[in-house]
Design a protein around this ligand. Structure first.
Ligand code: 5GP
Ligand code: ZN
Length: 136
């Protein structure tokens, strides 16, 4: 099935902007292996390689176009909402919905953001500690 080109010349195919130096883009492309949890047309969810809780899943858009939550909310509000819906779907599928879970968007250096391809951390499986304390 081919993609549709609209009258304005824009494609209706999902944005799959790829950044060669980005570890998450390489994971989406299958160039770096990952433990897949959930995938839709525009979203990819996989287990964090260094889990900070019994369940720790990263939920990302398949486009590199947005570095953080602020950018995706401003640039594509529908995709931002889908990212949150998929984070909730991951939590439900992982059995976290009843007891609760945390969704985290680290933003910038002081938050410890290391990958500048927007991602939601979904954390749960046990009572979580407090957050926001200074790094040691
Ligand atoms: P940030 O610190 O930017 O909020 O989150 C980046 C996350 O990506 C970290 O929790 C880190 O453990 C995870 N991560 C980094 N490299 C890889 C990888 O190659 N595979 C997986 N599954 N997770 C990764
Ligand atoms: Zn990327």
């Amino acid at each position: 099935m081919g993609q549709t080109i609209t009258a304005s010349g824009e494609s209706d195919a999902p944005d799959t902007t790829f950044e060669p130096g980005c570890i998450f883009c390489s994971i989406i492309a299958g160039k770096i292996p990952s433990a897949l949890v959930r995938e839709t047309e525009r979203i990819f969810a996989f287990r964090d390689i260094a889990p900070q809780a019994p369940t720790h899943v990263l939920v990302i858009p398949k486009t590199h176009a947005y570095a953080n939550a602020e950018q995706i909310a401003a640039g594509d509000p529908g995709l931002a909402a889908e990212l949150l819906r998929e984070a909730a779907a991951v939590a439900a599928a992982e059995g976290l919905a009843e007891d609760g879970y945390r969704i985290v968007f680290n933003t910038g250096d002081h938050a410890g953001q290391t990958v500048y391809h927007v991602h939601a951390h979904v954390l749960g499986g046990d009572p979580l500690g407090r957050f926001g304390t200074p790094a040691e």
